[in-house]
Design a protein around this ligand. Structure first.
Ligand code: FES
Length: 260
């Protein structure tokens, strides 16, 4: 599907943790967006031509609005320019992009919804839409700045891990799962690659269906740069090679389909 660039209006923006910003924008992308999808956001600065793929944190279809929560990656970056935007500014976006999480597969099951670092935000809309038997949200942070925790608590059982031990279990999300003796029949996860690798191994050792979002590895977000290819088990039937573009074919994959 071809999508047009659209000028979205900034509704509000705030810094919700050190260097982590939450922005609501009014966009047509809200009409069809699903949890686990992302939007490509462009800066108004011509020297930065590539968009930044930013995952969708919340969808408000009624008001045609999307919430994105993102980390500013450094000075003079696209994300820093986004963070300076105010209510009433416009921002060029394309979306929704990517496949999203298969929410319906969790019906009647005990689920883990796992987010780590800047993979935490997309887990919120997933938690809001998921109807499953037991919704266990496990989120990993660096420190006590546990952004979005309040919203998570309204949507399921919440378990927190922090790298420095300042809140919840000291360590990572897998440490929290072990410490609390949690169990699941299906897993959804988004976060840094080492975390996803550990979850993939855990799921496969225990025969658990597991969907991982590899969005951390995207660059252009629109299928143009090939910076995002990942190795797959099966050959792609168009190109006949063992890889897929994360931005176009993903970012969500069944864990057994991909090598990370
Ligand atoms: Fe550029 Fe996927 S991020 S092709």
């Amino acid at each position: 599907m071809t999508r047009e660039k659209e000028n979205a209006a900034v509704i509000s923006q705030e810094e919700i943790a050190h260097g982590i910003y939450s922005m609501w924008i009014k966009t047509e992308a809200a009409n069809t967006a699903k949890p686990g999808q992302f939007i490509s956001m462009y800066t108004n600065d011509g020297s930065k031509l590539l968009p930044r793929p930013i995952s969708i944190c919340e969808i408000d279809k009624e008001n045609g609005a999307l919430r994105v929560v993102y980390r500013v990656t450094g000075e003079n970056t696209g994300t820093e320019l986004f963070s300076q935007m105010k209510e009433g500014d416009t921002i060029p976006v394309i979306g929704p992009l990517g496949n999203g999480f298969p929410v319906e597969k969790a019906e009647g099951k005990r689920a883990f919804l796992i987010g780590g670092g800047i993979g935490v935000p997309p887990i919120l809309e997933l938690a809001k839409q998921m109807g499953c038997d037991k919704k266990q949200i496990i989120v990993g942070y660096r420190n006590e700045e546990t952004f979005l925790e309040t919203e998570f608590r309204q949507n399921g059982e919440v378990y927190i891990s922090t790298e420095d031990g300042s809140a919840g279990t000291k360590g990572n999300v897998m440490d929290a799962i072990r410490e609390k003796g949690l169990e699941a029949d299906i897993i959804y996860a988004c976060g840094p690659t080492p975390m996803l690798r550990a979850i993939k191994t855990y799921a496969e050792e225990n025969g658990i269906e597991c969907y991982i979002s590899l969005e951390e590895r995207m660059a252009c977000g629109i299928g143009a740069c090939l910076a995002c290819v990942c190795k797959t088990k099966e050959k792609d039937h168009h190109s006949n090679v063992n890889n897929k573009r994360i931005c176009k074919d993903g970012p969500v994959f069944l864990s057994t389909e991909v090598e990370i």
